[in-house]
Design a protein around this ligand. Structure first.
Ligand code: ADP
Length: 410
């Protein structure tokens, strides 16, 4: 196995991305040269710097706790000395940056928060800067240029360690979420089995024994049957939501013009029944998505716009515009509107603002939309007022987030 490329690969960082990061902090060939010119200088001071670093670690309880074992101390000192010398070797190759990522990985493994490694870079900077300025005392500019070169590479190294640390934390969280969804999936499946029994037997009771029951008894059985049906819908929605994050979405180019044609066909009955007027832009973009999932998002938003609408002619207008790296969609209706106080709450699972008798539903549609959109790296929200209609907005990155350069200005 190529050990050197493994962490960079895991984080999706290649030479080109490193080059762009370097360009952004203005770390140039000139800086590399300035640092390598100081090789002799750092060799002279390495021992002192590493001892100062070690003493500093000993003065804090959190870091002292890690330094009980003499072999750890020895290893730590050696690796620090190696790192310092490497900076002034001027050989910023993949093995060098892999080493920086490894710091983040190690700190994550031993549970040392980033403040400690940020502190270490800061300490070296504090120790080295005055020494460099002193070395070039008579020529202030030469000294300063070297201090700045050092600062740039420390910042780059620190950012890489931090990136990897948080990458590991995020992966751990994602794993936990997947476990939770697996659990929900299994539980939902198991719940369906007895539910099928309740639904079936209340049906048999109704079909075969209705004449033996009084009116009130029949009402109870009907209620039992419809409660079981409603519970089945809730469980199915729960399953749909859980299965969304059980596997990564297989993203592909989806022509939204086609998606909307399918969605309109699926909703043809309610569109006709409510005499709804649906307006689409002349052309919709092609986006990176999973076809069924993005279809569900439009279907949920469109069906809500028609459902929560008591206008004589429900009007729904879909629009799209470009916003930098994102497509921004809006679905505007002339429906009953939403009290702005609940604008966030409605995206929660099973959150509804109405009783079943007013408007049917499970309250999972928007939670599913939110999960899909956020998995694609977008956002979803609503702007509305009671009785003034609602506009749901969502964004989708033009390119998938994982492919995009993690650049600070984006
Ligand atoms: P459901 O449609 O099954 O009730 P959703 O998750 O799709 O569940 O929506 C949650 C709640 O948000 C709805 O019950 C409703 O109160 C409110 N809502 C959603 N869309 C609209 C809309 N276009 N206009 C008014 N209220 C809406």
């Amino acid at each position: 196995m190529d050990l050197h490329a493994s962490l960079m690969k895991e984080l999706g960082i290649d030479r080109e991305k490193i080059r762009r990061r370097m360009a952004f902090v203005d770390f140039s060939e000139k800086d590399v040269r300035l640092l390598s010119e100081m090789k002799g200088f750092v060799q002279r001071h390495a021992d002192r710097l590493v001892s100062a670093f070690y003493n500093h670690l000993l003065s804090f309880e959190e870091t002292r706790a890690l330094l009980k074992d003499p072999s750890t101390i020895d290893r730590l000192k050696k690796s620090q000395e190696k790192y310092l010398l490497e900076i002034f070797e001027g050989n910023f190759n993949e093995a060098y940056f892999e080493g920086r990522l490894r710091i983040g990985a190690v700190h994550h493994r031993i549970g040392l928060a980033p403040q400690w490694h940020i502190g270490t870079y800061c300490l070296y900077e504090n120790l080295l800067s005055p020494l460099i300025l002193e070395e070039y005392g008579s020529d202030r500019d030469r000294g300063l240029a070297r201090v700045l070169a050092l600062r740039k590479i420390f910042r780059l190294d620190m950012a890489l360690a931090l990136d990897f640390y948080f990458h590991r934390i995020t992966s751990q969280l994602e794993e936990k979420l997947r476990e939770m969804d697996d659990f929900t999936h299994v539980v939902s499946h198991d719940l369906k089995e007895p539910l099928r029994g309740i639904e079936a037997f209340s049906g048999f009771l109704m079909d075969d024994y209705a004449p033996l029951l009084e009116e009130e008894g029949q009402r109870y059985v009907r209620f039992l049957k419809s409660s079981a049906a409603r519970m089945k819908n809730l469980i199915n929605d729960l399953l749909a939501l859980a299965s969304l994050s059980r596997k990564s979405p297989a993203l592909q180019e989806v022509d939204l013009n086609q998606t909307l044609t399918h969605v309109r066909n699926d909703l043809a009955f309610s569109i006709k029944q409510k005499n709804a007027d649906i307006r689409l832009p002349p052309s919709l973009p092609t986006v990176l998505a999973e076809p069924t999932q993005i279809g569900e998002v439009f279907k949920n938003l469109l069906s809500n716009a028609i459902k929560f609408n008591t206008s004589r002619v429900p009007k729904v207008e879909i629009a799209v515009r470009e916003e930098g790296a994102y497509h921004s969609f809006s679905i505007k209706d002339n429906g009953i509107g939403i009290d702005p106080r609940y604008a966030d709450r409605i995206f929660g699972l099973f959150e509804r603002l109405h009783r079943q008798e007013e408007f049917e539903g499970t309250g999972a549609g928007l939670a599913i939309c939110k999960k899909v959109i956020e998995r694609y790296g977008g956002k979803i929200w609503v702007e509305s007022e009671l009785e003034k209609g609602s506009t749901f907005f969502f964004t989708l990155p033009k390119r998938h987030v994982k492919e995009r350069e993690s650049f600070p200005m984006e």
